[in-house]
Design a protein. Structure first.
Length: 344
């Protein structure tokens, strides 16, 4: 490792990243093979996967780029509001990609400024990543990609990955010291509620609860997975929660900025009675995978979660939702009433 690589790595660790590595841009090319492998196993996701081809051929868009700096940051250090466990994917509770109040976001800006101070041309994409982040981290030897597809370090899989392209050819590659998955373990595959994760390393993004409760699931009354979504309102953590390699890896010590206040407004009942303006102005900026014009989806997800874990007192909320201003919510409420055989 040359001294510039060393300087970059040291700065990343100083700024709160758990690990940092650097790979040559050409090392991303074989990500395409993994993408193709998935499309072969899951042909219905081919169109979805095509959007990620660009991750393999970065030089098409960034002809000046020579290397990828990839960093790993732990979010398993934050306290999870008890009542949101099993309802909202933890990654989204502690999402620092757009949250200016989060120290993780500020450190990311500082790290980028530092790369520029070193005289490097650099580019990142904070929302969805500038490249395939798991693959970049795997190539840099920062840890392992396990059978559930998640990237793990010694801290488990509760990690946020980030990458920057730079215009110098550098390398900083580690040799991971992690043990592979136990030979006979398939807990993640067995536990996936929709069988999205159908075999080791292969998942159908379109059947993943995390997709169905955010970008997808636009017709839940007729969705074949509506029951399997269970109590989830936004995201899913099942294939990580069940993994023995994550045992005791969540070390909750810190509060995430403003989460405690916002989370006090979130429950299936509260979402169903929530003003659309609150959903648009307070909930949407934090949980931004559901667009402002689609915040009705929160209410639809809440009704679905109520149906899947029905309690007597939900009845009044579902009946009231029949008068919601949004047609999709009214439709979902009517479906729930029929399914649960509720009477007015
Ligand atoms: C698109 C996307 C989604 C989609 C589709 C998911 C998918 N797996 O394709 C949806 C919306 C469903 C989604 C949901 C979630 N996501 Co997401 N998502 C992404 C995104 C933007 C691209 C992923 C991608 O390229 N998919 C295509 C597949 C083929 O690539 P892959 O997922 O990287 O899979 C790799 C491994 O499977 C590996 N592999 C396959 N076979 C083999 C075999 C061997 C031997 C080895 C070594 C490796 C290997 O190669 C693949 C290529 O890297 C990345 C960010 C990024 N730019 O990388 C985040 C990312 C993967 N998501 C992340 C998270 C946290 C989530 C959620 C947990 C959020 C939640 N709580 O609900 C869920 C979990 C879903 C799941 N089971 O994967 C994290 C994962 C962190 C980690 N520790 O791995 C990432 C890296 C974001 C980040 N910045 O940290 N996501
Ligand atoms: S996040 Fe949930 S639905 Fe998606 S693959 Fe994992 S267990 Fe299955
Ligand atoms: S549950 Fe088992 S097979 Fe799945 S990722 Fe964890 S250790 Fe590997």
């Amino acid at each position: 490792m040359n001294s510039l690589s060393n300087q970059i790595k040291t700065a990343a660790l100083r700024m709160g990243y758990e690990k940092c590595g650097i790979i040559k841009i050409a090392d991303m090319a074989d990500y395409e093979g993994k993408l193709k492998e998935r499309s072969e196993h899951v042909p219905e996701a081919k169109a979805f996967d095509e959007k990620f081809q660009r991750f393999a051929y970065l030089q098409k868009t960034y002809p000046w780029a020579k290397s990828v700096v990839v960093c790993v940051r732990q979010y398993g250090k934050y306290k999870v509001p008890e009542h949101l466990q099993g309802r909202i994917g933890k990654y989204y509770l502690f999402d620092s990609r757009r949250d200016k109040h989060s120290r993780d976001f500020q450190d990311s800006l500082k790290f980028e400024a530092y790369l520029k101070e070193l005289g490097l041309k650099t580019e990142t994409e904070r929302k969805f990543g500038i490249t395939a982040l798991r693959w970049a981290a795997f190539k840099a030897g920062l840890g392992l990609t396990r059978r559930n597809n998640f990237f793990y370090t010694e801290s488990g899989s509760w990690l946020h990955l980030e990458a920057w392209l730079i215009d110098q050819e550098l390398e900083a590659i580690e040799t991971p010291a992690l043990k592979a998955c136990p030979e006979n373990c398939n807990r993640c595959v067995k536990s996936c509620p929709t069988a999205s994760l159908s075999q080791p390393h292969i998942m159908n993004p379109l059947a993943c609860v995390s997709f169905l409760t955010t970008f997808g699931g636009r017709d839940l009354p007729n969705d074949k997975y509506n029951a399997q979504i269970g109590c989830w309102l936004f995201g899913c953590d099942v294939c990580q929660d069940v993994c023995p390699m994550n045992k005791n890896r969540w070390q909750a010590k810190e509060e995430f900025p403003a989460l405690s206040e916002l989370s006090s407004h979130i429950s299936p009942e509260k979402i169903l009675t929530m003003d659309y303006s609150f959903l648009e102005e307070k909930v949407q900026p934090k949980f931004w995978y559901i667009d402002k014009q689609d915040v009705w989806k929160w209410k639809v997800n809440a009704i679905n979660a109520m149906v899947n874990d029905y309690q007597e007192h939900y009845k009044e909320y579902i009946l009231k939702a029949c008068y919601d201003s949004n047609e999709k919510v009214r439709e979902m409420a009517a479906w729930a009433i029929k399914k649960l055989e509720l009477s007015a």
